[in-house]
Design a protein around this ligand. Sequence first.
Ligand SMILES: *Cc1c(COP(=O)(O)O)cnc(C)c1O
Length: 391
Amino acid sequence: MDNFWQQFAAETIAVHAGQERSNEGEQSEAIFATSSFTFNSAAQAAARFSGSEAGNIYSRFTNPTVRTFEQRLAALEGGERAVATSSGMAAILSLCMGVLQQGDHIVSSQSIFGTTTLLFTNFMAKFGVETTFVPLADLQRWQQAIRPQTRLLFVESPSNPLLELVDITRLAAIAHQHQALLAVDNCLMTPIQQQPLALGADVVIHSATKFLDGQGRGVGGAVVGSGAVLDSVYSFLRNAGPTMSPFNAWIFLKGLETLQIRLNQQSANALVLAQWLEQHSAVETVYYPGLESHPQHALATQQQQGYGALLSFTVEGGQEAAWRVIDQTKIHSITANLGDTKATITHPATTTHGRLTPEQRQAAGISDGLIRISVGLESVSDLIDDLHLGG
Ligand SMILES: *Cc1c(COP(=O)(O)O)cnc(C)c1O
C-alpha cells in the first residue's frame, strides 16, 4: 500500500482506501464479477503475463474488487500489502505454504483457534513442519521452545475464550533475535483496536468472516505484511488458488466501512455487560481485559486501543447451570461464531473445546461452567435482561 493513506485516520481510510472508480463514476465500489480480463492486443497479453505491464489477467490472482479490499485492509493495518483469501484458515495455510519449507519449525501459542491447531498438527506436520505449543503469556517458554529451524512464531492476542494477552512487542523481539517471523491473528481486535505491525509483528492474519464483515454474511480471510513474505504468500495464492470471490470482497469492503463504529460500540456494550456480570452473586469469574480486575488490564490498555467485544464468565453449578443460562436466552444466538452485530452465546467445554479430554480442558482453563459471549449491537440492557443467572 502506498503511504498516501497513512496521513488519514482509520475512519477515513475505512471508507475510501483502495477505491478506483471506473469510467462509469460509480459511488459504491463495483463488483467485478468476471473470471478473466481481455487485452488490447496480443502484445499486451504477453506483457501482462510476463509481468512487464501491471494489470488484470485472471480473477484467481487479479480482480479489482478483491484488490480494493486488500488495499483498504492493508492501509488500516499500516501494512505495505495484503493478500485476500477464501477464508481465515486459507490465510493461515497460505502464510505457511509461502514462508515455510520441510524441516522448518513453528512455535505457537497453545491458546489459538482450534482449527489452526489442527492445521499445524495434522497437515503441516505431514510435510515435515513441526509445531511446539507454549502458554500464550509466558515469554520464557517461547524463548525456550525456539530451535535453529524455527521460522515462524504464531499467536492470537487476546486469546479466545479466556482473553489472555501477550506482550506483542517483546514477543516480536524474541522472534527477531532468532531470524523468525512473528504472525499475529488479529481477528478479535481488528486494526481498529490493535495494529500488530506497528508493535513489531511481521505478519497479520485475518478471518474476515468475523468482525470485518461483522454481519454474518460471508467467509473470507487475509494476510497482511510486506516484502518477500507477502510476495511468497501471493505466489502461493496464484498457484494454489485459495482465492476470495469479488462478491465476498465487496461484502467485506462494506463491512470495513462500518467496522470502527460497530466494534467500538460492541466493545462499550461488552464493558457494561462485564461490569454487571462481575457484581452478580451467581458469577464466579469474569474474563474481560477492560475490567480493572483483569490481570493484564495494564498491558491491554497500553497495547490495544480498546478491549474488544468478546467476554467470558463462569457460573456456579458447572455445565448444567451454564446450559440453563444459554437455553433461557431469547435474543442471544446460540452459535460458536463471533464478531457479529447479533450477540452470540457459546458453551466452550461442549462445543469449541469439546474434542479435548477433560484433563486438556482443565489445563486450558476451560471449565464446565464457562460461557462465552460475543457482544452485539443490541441494547446492552436488553442483553442483560436476557441472561437469567439465578443466584
Ligand atoms: C474463525 C477464526 C479463524 C478461521 O477463520 P475462517 O474464516 O472461519 O476460516 C482463524 N482465527 C481465528 C481467531 C478465528 O476466530
